[in-house]
Design a protein around this ligand. Sequence first.
Ligand code: F0G
Length: 350
Amino acid sequence: MSPRLSLIERYAAHLPVTARTPRLSLGEGGTPLIRAPSLQAETGVAEVWLKVEGANPTGSFKDRGMVLAVAKAAEDGATLVMCASTGNTAASAAAYAARAGLRCAVVLPAGRVALGKLSQAIAFGASVVAVRGGFDDALRIVRDLAADGGAALVNSVNPFRIEGQKTAAFEICEDLGEAPDALCIPVGNAGNITAYWKGFRESAMAGLASRTPRLLGFQAEGAAPIVRGAVVERPETIATAIRIGNPASWATAIAARDESGGAIEAVTDAEILEAYRLLATCEGVFCEPASAASVAGLRSRARAGGLRGVRVAVCVLTGNGLKDPDTAIRLAPELREVDASTRAVRAALA
Ligand code: F0G
């Protein structure tokens, strides 16, 4: 058996890689695209697919962009990579830096990073600093710190991140044999919607698809600057991954929305949590709350009649549910504890 090609090898022709770019890999990309029968029945959309990005090595889509950003940093002779993060970018940067033999520093909003993500950054050996502020503060600070060239900034303002992340659009077109009619995606710092739009345009140019999809982006209602058209000073949402008030890729997200004939809308925390629960209990897919914003958006548009002409939809599930065990446990009924006897357990299950 020969191992599957790494993301950099597989898409080398579409990526800014040279002979000198290290062929870094932790097995990223090639994630499952699975059917969602319950969502099809509910929304009336003939084909609903889930792009399960939580299957990436560190459990989120960030690995696609990070592998390239870190490989290019190593190629350029960097010894330190740095990022601000709501958690997933930090986990991914820390893993790829460890693999490439680089140091990694991450700046996080104190008390607002899901436990799984924080444990990853620590386990991979990153220097972690928590600031009393939000993601937007953290990003401002790392931009300052990296400005003197001492560290490679690996947030999605780094163009290599976008290049790597666009490969998810290629995979969707390859798997479906065509672009979907619509792509539903959560929007935080807005790098990923930017990357998908680039990927779908390039897929069409490369003949992997005959057209491009409408991009439907979803922000959490309490953190919806693009929807409101104004910076949100104190963003608030249960979906901590997308708790962002001033997205770095704002302009390119608007371009993706408008050029694709799509929309960027808000979903409430209640809608996010309902979609989160439904995905797990009806489809068997455990994603993190921010990821469920894509499905919350699909469902809300379906109810409002906003999916006319959509026969094939793909929802991007950006991160694994295990990232945020606290939210899962908090929503669950209290765990029952009984005596270790068959009788007691039978009674408890009745
Ligand atoms: N979903 C998850 C699970 C995320 O971690 C993020 C962003 C997004 C969606 C939104 O993607 O920012 O490209 O619009 N997480 C970043 C981080 C901000 O630091 O991990 P985006």
